[in-house]
Design a binder for this molecule. Structure first.
Ligand code: F6R
Length: 244
């Protein structure tokens, strides 16, 4: 695992977007998995600009959504569907056949999980995964205590995710469960970028990098990934020992 510290959110987002561009040039049929949320929003916006500026052909890329809130409809602005459509798929005109998102409204969520696992397997694995980190150390909806051996699964969200999650949903909806790729997908993916910015992420970044590897703090799994890069800004790095 490597650590890269950038001056600000713009810097790390630009680097992450450039990584995607690079991959798309080297491997036009690559499979990319992205998180939604505040952290990767700028990465998506910069990616859209770069693809347009370079007139890059991305018609063979596959896009996988990392997770979704169970029972939140895709047209709810708090859903991961809504985020991806608005920030990436619509601006770039990416057709459905290149997109794989969990249908979290399905009454067969286990089937959704197996379907997603099969897509990833058939693609030969994920080439690049870009994830954020929650205030409880979750990645995707891999909540504290989750097994590192899981592929896609449905999970009860813990209290931190439930309360922080309210920031995404303006209308009153009941959040309880999430559907998510597993940490086994992360470990098997060829490269992973974990992005974090701002002072509020300083504590969780310190735990990710300096505490022991443990499933009670899922993001610590990054320590195990040979091609994992933790990309953070100065504020998120502010509590690291090397920075004091
Ligand atoms: C969202 C996701 C979550 C977020 C995490 C950080 O698809 O997978 O794990 O990455 O909760 O969210 P932000 O970036 O909003 O701070």
């Amino acid at each position: 695992m490597q650590l890269e510290i950038f001056e600000d959110h713009q810097g790390l987002s630009d680097a992450a977007a450039s990584d995607i561009i690079e991959l798309a040039k080297i491997k036009p049929s690559a499979t990319l998995c992205l998180a939604s949320g505040e952290t990767p929003r700028l990465t998506c916006q910069l990616l859209v600009q770069k693809v347009k500026n370079e007139n890059l052909d991305i018609s063979r890329l596959t896009f996988i959504g990392l997770d979704e809130w169970v029972n939140i409809p895709p047209d709810n602005e708090g859903s991961c569907h809504y985020f991806f459509r608005n920030e990436l798929f619509s601006p770039l005109g990416i057709p459905e056949k290149q997109i794989h998102l969990f249908d979290a409204m399905s009454d067969k969520l286990q089937d959704e999980c197996r379907k997603m696992d099969a897509v990833i397997r058939n693609k030969g694995g994920i080439d690049l995964m870009i994830v954020g980190i929650g205030m409880n150390g979750h990645i995707g909806f891999n909540e504290p205590g989750v097994s590192f051996d899981n592929y896609s699964h449905v999970i009860d969200l813990d209290d931190t995710s439930l309360s922080v999650g309210q920031k995404y949903v303006k209308t009153k909806v009941s959040l309880q469960k999430g559907i998510t790729l597993g940490l086994r997908h992360l470990l098997e993916s060829k490269k992973v970028l974990l992005l974090a910015n701002g002072k509020k992420k300083a504590e969780v970044i310190k735990k990710t990098l300096e505490d022991n590897l443990t499933n009670s703090f899922p993001a610590s799994i990054m320590q195990k990934h040979a091609h994992g890069i933790v990309m953070i800004d100065e504020e998120a790095a502010s509590l690291l020992n090397q920075h004091k």
